[in-house]
Design a protein around this ligand. Structure first.
Ligand code: SF4
Length: 839
């Protein structure tokens, strides 16, 4: 808690590691909020002090009591500002309590009944025409203001209102915009986490503190989570389709029935303020805001944005915080605010992923087909400017396709050419083949008249990619209705079919064009040769430059997580230019007593074989046999749940196949119900339910369940294997990322800016990535103060200090290394015997 307070006070960047169950969220919350309240009082005092100095400097003949009187008035002003807000929110709270007794909630079903026009029916041809205001002069203002301006322009131009009405509308807009501008952007805490459920959990922690009465909290989320208009929610094309549909509904003329009824007109901005006050008057998560929106009949997406400035805590998912574009479009400034990023163990990879994008050649073909169908249909209705821009877009798409074709042809030639003795063989581990290019290599053949920046700006301003995607989806739908169903038809995979150009795939195309138009110096294009297509990906190699905008703008940054080791990575790869004096880190011990944890590394198997799970050694049958014997021994000792993490699906498949033949699987199943991590996300919950049932409903000789899982897949993060769900977690080998040209490029890149004679920064990067995955996986067990479990790390490399130092401190401290298997059993057996006795 004090580490958080100090980080805020000293404008530091702090990396805090606090194991699950130690009250991390509460500490973050109380530490930051206490500082915020103290800071608010101190800010007022320092404003008064500054004013006193000013007044004294210009004192002249004024008597002292006049100065003191001025200061008193100023202090009252400052206090009043906060008091008035508190009073306003208190009044809302009171009103809500009363209303709760009587309120007739807005009936969303009734609202739906009122909506007569289904999206697809409404999608008349005009709907697909590009927006006329392509050259937006309002790019520098945020989306709210833009929407208001859109509305103003539409109202004034389409309704042919009188000059007087136009002036009235404009002054109403100016009033609303000015009001928003004048609002003080109070110093606040931006709290980001990976998922909405993690953010909801954080919000529920506030209710456990004394701040629950008056903390001003707002939850930001995407339209997908907050839109309450079914016409937009049901729009095809995923998130991109929803966003585009929302824009159309919001900017429709005020009198049109197409207009979103939840988005206040320019003379109804008070509705947004009402939403803001209700939202801030009590602690609400995203679902609560959705309900509030339905009750007040106000869009929760825009309503919550209206509350940002007045809030003390603003929660938001990673992607909204980490991308500067997303922050700008939400109207978020981090200037002088506190940024807390929870579950930050994967922050580096997340930043890289947020700023990377990819499309397949199949999507590019579908896009060009959709575009040519579109041009045939609408060509005559388009202005000359649109025609020119669309032709340039078509040329860009063709340029990308030609590049992919060239790559494909080169690859075929390489495959057909007999290998020379000295040729480098592709690494056997590389499943898909990759090649790396500089972005300029990809775009150089597009032609001199193609300016990628202009093409992307056109797509953005005219909303053409979304319109084209929606058009293609409608065409595909109508096409499938016209054609009789033929299950053998190859249409669904044909590149002639426009159905692939969905609104979301067009969004990816636009993202790729944007990345290629303004590439980062550390951005590369990766060409991946997949089974039936070529993929073009723009990949960022280094997140430091993007993270710098957060560091530079904010007052303090706190990165927190249950397992943040190896901590040095954050400093080296994410904030290399941060002065050491601004960087601080803290690794908290676990709250469990030492007797609740057994952490042991196994270097040798029962027959004395080295536990060597390096890629080149791990497929040996004798090693798999040895591993089988270890698992059988553990199954006899461990009660209830046992989770075994393998380094990859491929290795799990090999081991399972070998164990089936050798009878190990049969012997495991005599003792425990056996489950395996599914590949499909939709099957995860079913598997977990059955696994839990196996532990809870033991029959005969069955002592629980065993789960074979894969590091970095769906069960190694965010899943809580507390108590008897995992009395032991086994880690088989070290899950190093698969070698690939893209990984090599990244290693070389970090080597180029991290000059150290002591270690190879590229290898360090890979090692740390591997250990973060290990730490996440073994962190699934021991989730609270009374929990207990064993952690068995099987690989002789776990016996080295280099690896052990990258484990969380509380695990490393308890670590024993067994050089022989009997020695390991001597450690493990008494631990479980003691625990079984205590149950
Ligand atoms: S304004 Fe709000 S409620 Fe209306 S469509 Fe957009 S996100 Fe949905």
């Amino acid at each position: 808690m004090s580490a958080c307070y100090d980080a805020c006070e000293n404008s530091s960047v702090a990396v805090l590691e606090s194991p699950t169950g130690t009250g991390k969220s509460l500490s973050l919350l109380v530490g930051c909020l206490t500082w915020l309240r103290d800071y608010s009082i101190r800010s007022r005092d320092s404003t008064i002090d500054r004013l006193r100095e000013d007044l004294l400097a210009k004192k002249g003949n004024k008597p002292a009591w006049v100065i003191e009187h001025s200061l008193k008035l100023k202090r009252e002003d400052l206090d009043n500002e906060l008091r008035l807000m508190d009073e306003r929110l208190a009044a809302v709270r009171e009103k809500e309590q009363l209303l709760r007794k009587h309120t007739v909630k807005y009936d969303d079903d009734n609202a739906r009944k009122k909506i007569r026009i289904d999206y697809d029916d409404a999608a008349d041809d005009d709907h697909f025409l590009p927006d006329e205001n392509c050259q937006s002069e309002n790019d520098d203002i945020n989306a709210d203001a833009k929407a208001m301006l859109d509305e103003f322009d539409l109202n004034s131009s389409k309704l042919h209102s009188s000059k007087q009405n136009q002036n009235q509308n404009r002054s109403k807009y100016m009033e609303a915009a000015e009001l928003q501008e004048q609002e003080v952007d109070r110093t606040k805490i931006f709290f980001a986490s990976r998922t909405h459920s993690q953010l909801s959990q954080f919000i529920s922690e506030i209710s456990k503190t004394s701040y629950q009465e008056n903390a001003r909290v707002i939850s930001l989320a995407s339209r997908k989570n907050l839109c309450i208009n079914s016409k937009a929610r049901n729009a095809p094309g995923g998130d991109a389709g929803l966003n585009e549909r929302c824009r159309e509904l919001r900017t429709a003329p005020a009198s049109s029935e197409k207009r979103c009824e939840f988005y206040p007109k320019i003379d109804e901005q008070g509705r947004l303020l009402e939403f803001r006050d209700h939202a801030l008057s009590s602690i609400r998560n995203v679902e609560d805001l959705e309900e509030l929106g339905k009750t007040l009949h106000v869009c929760p997406y825009y309503g919550s944005r209206r509350a940002i400035k007045q809030s003390e805590i603003c929660t938001l998912p990673y992607n909204l915080l980490l991308s500067k574009r997303a922050r700008e479009s939400l109207g978020i400034s981090l200037k002088n605010h506190i940024v807390v990023i929870d579950e930050a163990h994967n922050l580096i990879d997340t930043i890289l992923a947020v700023h990377s994008c990819s499309v397949t050649m199949r999507t590019l073909n579908a896009a060009i087909n959709a575009l040519s169908t579109y041009m045939q249909r609408y060509g005559k209705r388009l202005s000359g400017q649109h025609l020119v821009s669309l032709k340039l877009f078509a040329k860009t798409l063709k340029g990308l396709i030609v590049f992919c074709d060239k790559m494909k042809a080169q690859r075929e030639t390489q495959k057909a050419t007999p290998r020379q003795k000295n040729d480098k063989q592709p690494h056997p581990q590389t499943q898909t083949q990759e090649e790396i290019f500089q972005p300029k290599d990809v775009v150089e053949g597009f032609g001199e008249d193609v300016n990628l920046g202009s093409v992307e700006a056109y797509l953005r301003d005219s909303h053409m990619s979304q319109k084209l995607g929606a058009f293609a989806e409608r065409e595909a739908k109508q096409d499938s209705l016209r054609k009789p169903y033929n299950k053998d038809s190859k249409d669904s995979t044909s590149t002639d079919n426009v159905s692939f150009a969905s609104a979301s795939s067009m969004h990816h195309v636009q993202s790729l064009l944007l990345a290629l138009a303004y590439p980062d110096s550390d951005g590369r294009v990766v060409v991946t040769f997949e089974a039936d297509t070529v993929r073009l990906s723009y990949q960022l190699l280094n997140g430091a430059e993007h993270f710098r905008s957060i560091l530079d703008e904010s007052r303090a940054v706190i990165l927190a997580g249950g397992t943040m080791h190896p901590i040095t990575d954050f400093k080296t790869f994410l904030m290399p230019s941060l002065p050491p004096s601004r960087f601080t880190s803290l690794s908290c011990a676990h709250v469990i007593p030492p007797s609740h944890l057994l952490a042991t590394a196994l270097s040798k198997g029962p027959s004395g074989l080295d536990m060597d799970f390096r890629y080149e050694a791990r497929s040996k049958p004798e090693l798999m046999n040895e591993l089988g014997m270890i698992v059988q021994n553990l199954i006899n000792l461990v009660p209830d749940g046992l989770v075994i993490f393998f380094p990859s699906y491929g290795y799990l498949n090999s081991v399972e196949a070998h164990w089936k033949k050798s009878g190990v699987i049969g012997r495991i199943e005599q003792k425990k119900k056996l489950f395996r991590e599914p590949k499909e996300a939709a099957d995860v919950q079913i598997t977990l339910d059955k696994y839990t049932q196996g532990i809870q409903c033991k029959t005969g000789k069955i002592t629980g369940s065993v789960l074979f899982a894969v590091v970095g897949a769906k069960l190694s993060e965010g899943i809580n294997f507390s108590d008897n769900l995992a009395r032991c977690v086994v880690m088989v080998g070290l899950p190093f990322p698969s070698p690939s040209p893209a990984l090599e490029e990244r290693k070389n890149y970090v080597r180029s800016f991290t000059k150290s004679s002591q270690h190879d920064a590229g290898n360090e990067l890979v090692m740390n990535q591997c250990m973060r995955s290990v730490n996440q996986s073994i962190g699934r067990a021991i989730r609270h103060q009374n929990d207990w479990a064993g952690l068995v790390l099987i690989d002789k490399r776990f016996g080295t200090s280099q690896i052990q130092n990258k484990l969380p401190g509380w695990i490393n401290k308890s670590m024993t290394v067994s050089q022989t298997f009997p020695q390991a059993i001597k450690n493990i057996a008494p631990f479980y015997a003691r625990k079984k006795k205590a149950i």
